[in-house]
Ligand binder design. Structure first.
Ligand code: PFF
Length: 479
């Protein structure tokens, strides 16, 4: 169970949610939920499994004939998670491979990951590899062997993570990141952060998916459920915490911790960690070993996910295990491909403003994630169009844009902030400053001309504006 509990949820999902939902406050909410709600729920599930000796599908109906539907609901969860879990698994293989073949440097570049997922064939190839690896293990029935290997590898992953985390937190610039990650900022506690933490708790501890019920059904009557649950929780949360400590402060070290980087979402780990390895002595070897270990953690989880799905259908249809495994494999490949293409040729396609993968990663959505509604997107694009048209040369007041778009200034800023991470003011200034610095470089234009073009009341006022916003004396451009 610990093997199935520790996986991409801890290493990939937790850090990006923590970065996104306010760092320390997210961590605090998560830990509180884990020791209260998570603890109670896991004990309940394991106890239910042990008492009935059945898997989720039948455990609830054994309890009471009318409760069977809960088992069906719980069974649907792994069926949905499995395909896109394999997409992320594919990304992990890609990075393990890149480091193994000495392209670690290239992987640290800003656009390496975005270029990779924007392609069509390559991400699909890796995810198919990952799925095949998972189903081959199940078909050959060597799950136990893999689990034993992973028992040796997991402690290694912990040790390596500690080393990487120590390296990251001692980098210059990491201080702000450590504070962000560890110090709860009460103003950042929101319903969304709370719900994201709850979703993460279920995901990471494999709760409400029937997994723990099945695990309980194998448990001996004299084993102490409470202490097992305590151990699973400590281990699982510990690894997630470490993963966050490797990644969140690194965002501050390498990109100054700006909002856009913190909110990178599912791609965060793959953008940040290669930069860490690239700046580390012996980083390529460490990066290779690290991604291979993550791959193992991901595989043990995907194996237990696929096992669960296979068992559900074997129980229901009474067909042979082999046959069902092949069917599930085909289903997984077919369903994983859209999630993968959602970052590439299908990136224009969204469901309620989410990418396809994000949509299937529904633990974050059922439990509330800000969605970018069509209305928001339309306001944002009209606003940007006005800026593209150069309106900022005459109007730099949010009020003007808001009234043109028939909304209040406050609402406009809220929308741009939600969609882009920055308030309307930021964008107006940004366009203005870029344009001014471009014009100043053109020696044929006089300073007064540019000042007039932007409607400044006097050249001296313009000069102060330039000095303040571009940090240079305008005369420097004129010499
Ligand atoms: N708990 C796993 C993780 O944190 O990655 C995900 C998972 C694995 C869920 C296996 C369900 C499962 F059966």
């Amino acid at each position: 169970a610990a093997g199935s509990a520790v996986g991409l949820g801890n290493l990939w999902r937790f850090p990006y949610l923590a970065a996104k939902y306010g760092g320390g406050s997210f961590l605090l909410i998560y830990v509180i939920l884990a020791v209260t709600f998570g603890f109670a729920l896991m004990i309940t599930e394991i106890a239910l499994g042990r008492k009935t000796g059945k898997s989720a599908l039948y455990a609830f109906s054994t309890l009471h004939e009318k409760c069977g539907f809960i088992g069906i609901l719980a069974s649907i969860v792994p069926i949905i998670i499995l395909p896109y879990y394999c997409v992320i698994g594919g990304w992990v293989i890609k990075f393990a491979w890149a480091f193994l073949t000495g392209s670690g440097n290239a992987a640290a570049a800003d656009d390496y990951f975005s270029n990779f997922i924007a392609r069509t064939g390559e991400p699909v190839m890796w995810l198919v590899f990952f799925i095949l690896a998972t189903s081959v293990v199940i078909l050959l029935g060597v799950n136990k062997g893999i689990e034993n290997i992973s028992k040796v590898l997991m402690p290694l992953l912990v040790v390596l993570s500690v080393i990487i985390a120590v390296f990251v937190v001692t980098r210059p610039g990491a201080g702000a990141g450590i504070v962000y990650y560890l110090k709860p900022d009460l103003s950042k506690i929101s319903a969304n952060a709370f719900l994201a933490a709850l979703g993460q708790l279920f995901y990471s501890m494999s709760l409400a998916m029937g997994i723990m019920i099945t695990y309980g059904s194998y448990m001996k009557k004299n084993e102490d459920i409470e202490s097992s649950v305590r151990n699973i929780e400590i281990f699982d949360t510990g690894i997630a915490f470490l993963a966050g400590l490797m990644i969140v402060p690194a965002v501050f070290v390498f990109s100054g911790g700006d909002q856009a980087s913190l909110k990178a979402g599912p791609t965060l780990m793959f953008i940040t960690l290669p930069k860490v390895f690239d700046s580390m002595a012996g980083g390529h070897l460490i990066g290779t070993v690290f991604f291979v270990l993550v791959l193992f953690a991901a595989l043990t989880s995907s194996i237990s996910l696929m096992e669960t799905v296979v068992s559900i259908f074997v129980d229901k249809t009474k067909k042979s295990r082999k046959f069902i495994t092949v069917c599930v494999t085909v289903y997984t490949v077919l369903m994983a491909i859209p999630s993968s293409l959602g970052f590439g040729i299908w990136s224009g396609f969204s469901i309620h403003g989410m990418s396809i993968l994000d949509f299937f990663d529904f633990h974050s959505h059922i439990y509330g994630e800000e969605k970018i509604s069509a209305q928001y997107a339309s306001i944002m694009s009209k606003f940007l169009q006005m800026l593209e048209d150069g309106v900022y040369r005459q109007h730099r007041d949010v009020t003007y844009y808001a009234s043109e778009l028939c909304v209040t200034p406050k609402y406009l800023s809220e929308v741009t902030k939600k969609v882009s991470g920055y308030a309307a003011n930021y964008w107006i200034n940004r366009y203005t400053i870029l344009d001014i610095s471009r014009l100043l470089r053109d020696k044929s234009l006089s300073f007064v001309y540019i000042s007039d073009l932007f409607g400044f009341s006097s050249p001296s006022y313009f000069s102060r504006y330039v000095q303040h916003n571009l940090g240079i004396k305008s005369s420097d451009y004129r010499e």
